[in-house]
Design a protein around this ligand. Sequence first.
Ligand code: SF4
Length: 448
Amino acid sequence: MTRRSMTADGRPAPTVSFVSLGCPKALVDSERIVTRLRAEGYALARDHTDADLVIVNTCGFLDSAKAESLEAIGKALKENGKVIVTGCMGAEPEQIVSAHPNVLAVTGPQQYERVVEAVHRVLPPRHDPFLDLVPPEGIKLTPRHYAYLKISEGCNNRCTFCIIPKLRGDLVSRPAADVLREAERLVKAGVKELLVISQDTSAYGVDLGYAASRWRDREVRARFVDLARALGELGVWVRMHYVYPYPHVDEIIPLMAERKVLPYLDIPFQHAAPAVLKRMRRPAAQEKTLARIARWRADCPELTLRSTFIVGFPGETEEDFERLLQWLEEASLDRVGCFKYEAVRGAAANELAPPVPEAVKDERWHRLMRTQQAISARRLRRKIGTRQPVLIDAVGAPSARGRTMADAPEIDGVVHVTSRRPLRVGEIATVKIERADAYDLYGSVVGF
Ligand code: SF4
């Protein structure tokens, strides 16, 4: 049993248990809700059984994610009984309520205020001057040394497989100064790596007309590259996620070459066959993209490219798929995630062409993963013998675990590190890479 926090008058603090499902963007929403609740004197419980109430932040992107969300809600109801649901799945409350009629409230994505209101109704806050002190960076559900920095909500694209614009609306960007001040607070609180996220990072500021706002002694425009440059002044690792392949992405490569931001780009290419990309409503000039990748690597040889792909998109032929495999060989990306197409309810793609049979999707998924595994292993082997700065994520025997500039937390590989002197979580050590497998690196510390 965990010890419960007390309020100043000796009564137990109202306690909430929180389940955060889905992508890093949902995690940022969770952090905001938790920060707000902590500021109001709520305590967090590790287990549902120790809490007065459970909040489940759901993911509604794929049917498998919805099933996982419904399962998490069921578990919370069984173990606790009082459950409030929020997040992407909350945009379609009927599905939740028909599966779990006993949930107390359902709110949609980014409706922080409404979640907090629902909590107030079920479990009113108690003022407590001690518990009301929230660390200036807010409560982070990620470890202290790295933090996600959300720069916008929503998306102006209309990829046919995606219902995010329906769930979250069009792009709404935060002013640059707002983002930068949050980043400064995080860095002051000990964060060593900022992970810039949104639905479409390269579109940042379009909705604001790229308006400038005042940060430190100057104006910073709400433009992807300007924001990256300013974040680069904070002296920590800055990693760019979910970059849509617009032409102006080229402008960020020089900043990467100068190490102002990490030489790492997470660009979801999704496919390579023009016919499929067209049906996806994604940019379809993959030959040009290969030339761009070659240019980026010439300008910044250390650049790591991560991407995601969908196999089994409606109407994908064997020829389309082979074209994708061939493109992957030529692009030689460092890291790749692959999803089998799922017919998400409400996605335009479902109507565009006949579905690909599940067995074919499976077979293509395995072929893609095999192809990419060999490519990734080849790219990783090139690092053997090099010295890399490694940010330590976890310590323990016989080795610690960290990441190079090429590895984002949770989605990429890690470095298994041995060291003569004990390492601390959040420090950056220089590691000589001695070995590699298909995903991870192994090495020992040669300096700090
Ligand atoms: S860019 Fe991303 S969020 Fe926007 S519609 Fe396409 S897949 Fe969805």
